[in-house]
Design a binder for this molecule. Structure first.
Ligand SMILES: Nc1nc(=O)c2cc3nc(NCCN4CCCCC4)[nH]c3cc2[nH]1
Length: 346
């Protein structure tokens, strides 16, 4: 799911997202959209879909993580919710499970994330347990508010709860059981990809996926590199979001079917071959490595656009290929082959 934090997948038009990248769901962030452009504008437009013209599904993260990772030092968490200072103008705001449901209703997201505390890493068992228990109490408040309010723009909206428990297996099992018992249409795994070693992320993802219902999508938040994604697919994850394809594109890290290219490297200066002839899609075959290197080195906006579309196309190709291989029963062998290339620096 391409990340479109402030209502745009940076540097990419909606038409390119649909036609070239073939994205289905894109992400927005409650924290950012609430601060700018603000709910008054979004409601006047008829919701985010009407505002940015994306007529496929939108998932909004609930703000908990963004407040934890973005807002200034003025953040205070208590049972009621989170008081924070805007990173834009320092104004003080409060997010609670209830108002975050109302905000996401007003944004008009198709998939709304529960308001949780993304437990900081590392932390001790007691802190992790208390944080998880508060997230569970907040989930109950989210469900009560969500189930007693209506969608605003005529299309349905669904609420995904989020598993916490930090790096402690017992807490992760407890949280997965509690989240599964909420009986919502999909379930998310939070509190990972926050600095823990990949092996720990995989171990906890497996523990949680073994408990979450198999007939509902499992969404691992904030993950990850192509190799992380293939490994977590093998552990049972169905949905991912990550800023890597777009953020890394802007600094010249290009994912290709043969390996990773740092396009700023001198070696691509006169390489007139396509960015990635192994990948379908317009930009990957229409533009050369040398041209993309020139654009990125020159800081040209077209460089960010081409690199972002390419990397997103690669990510969607990777997960669509994984789905095809699962269906034809060749995923394990295909994954082993791909893993050799995914981390290879060209
Ligand atoms: N509501 C909510 N709860 C979470 O526990 C959570 C956990 C998350 N963990 C990440 N990791 C993002 C890591 N990302 C990797 C590429 C560079 C920028 C950071 N994003 C997350 C978003 C999250 N959202």
């Amino acid at each position: 799911m391409p990340v479109g934090t402030a209502g745009t997948v940076k540097a990419v038009h909606q038409r390119e997202l649909k036609e070239d990248v073939k994205a289905q769901i894109i992400l927005g962030n409650t924290y950012h959209l609430y601060l700018r452009p603000g709910l008054d504008i979004l409601e006047k437009a008829g919701g985010l879909h009407a505002f940015n013209g994306w007529d496929r599904p939108i998932l909004t993260d609930s703000g908990g993580y963004q407040v934890y990772s973005l807002a200034g030092t003025g953040r205070k968490i208590n049972e009621e919710g989170v008081v924070f200072k805007s990173h834009i103008d320092g104004s003080v705001h409060t997010f609670t499970p209830e108002n975050v449901m109302d905000i996401q209703r007003a944004i008009g997201a198709d998939i709304i994330m529960a308001f949780d505390e993304c437990t900081p890493y590392p932390c001790d068992f007691t802190y992790a347990r208390k944080s998880m228990e508060m997230t569970h109490r907040w989930l109950t408040r989210c469900c009560n508010r969500f189930d007693s309010t209506e969608a605003k723009y005529g299309h349905g909206q669904t609420l995904f709860p989020i598993v916490q428990g930090s790096v402690y297996k017992d807490l992760r099992k407890q949280s997965a059981e509690f989240i599964a018992s909420a009986g919502r249409e999909g379930n998310a795994i939070g509190g990972l990809s926050v600095g823990e070693p990949a092996e720990i992320m995989y171990e906890l993802t497996e523990v949680v996926c073994d408990i979450l219902p198999k007939d509902k999508p499992r969404y691992l938040m904030g993950v990850g590199t192509p190799a992380n994604i293939l490994e977590c697919i093998s552990l049972g994850v169905d949905m991912f979001d990550c800023v890597m394809p777009t953020r890394n594109a802007r600094n010249g890290m290009i994912f290709t079917t043969e390996g990773i290219i740092n396009i700023r490297n001198e070696k691509w200066k006169d390489d007139m071959s396509p960015i990635d002839s192994g990948l379908g899609g317009h930009v990957s075959t229409f533009y050369s490595k040398a041209y993309l290197r020139h654009l990125v080195k020159s800081g040209e906006m077209l460089g960010a656009q081409i690199a972002s579309i390419h990397n997103l196309t690669f990510y969607l190709w990777l997960v669509n290929s994984a789905r095809e291989k699962i269906i034809d029963g060749s995923f394990a062998s295909w994954k082993r082959e791909m893993e050799k290339k995914l981390n290879q620096r060209l």
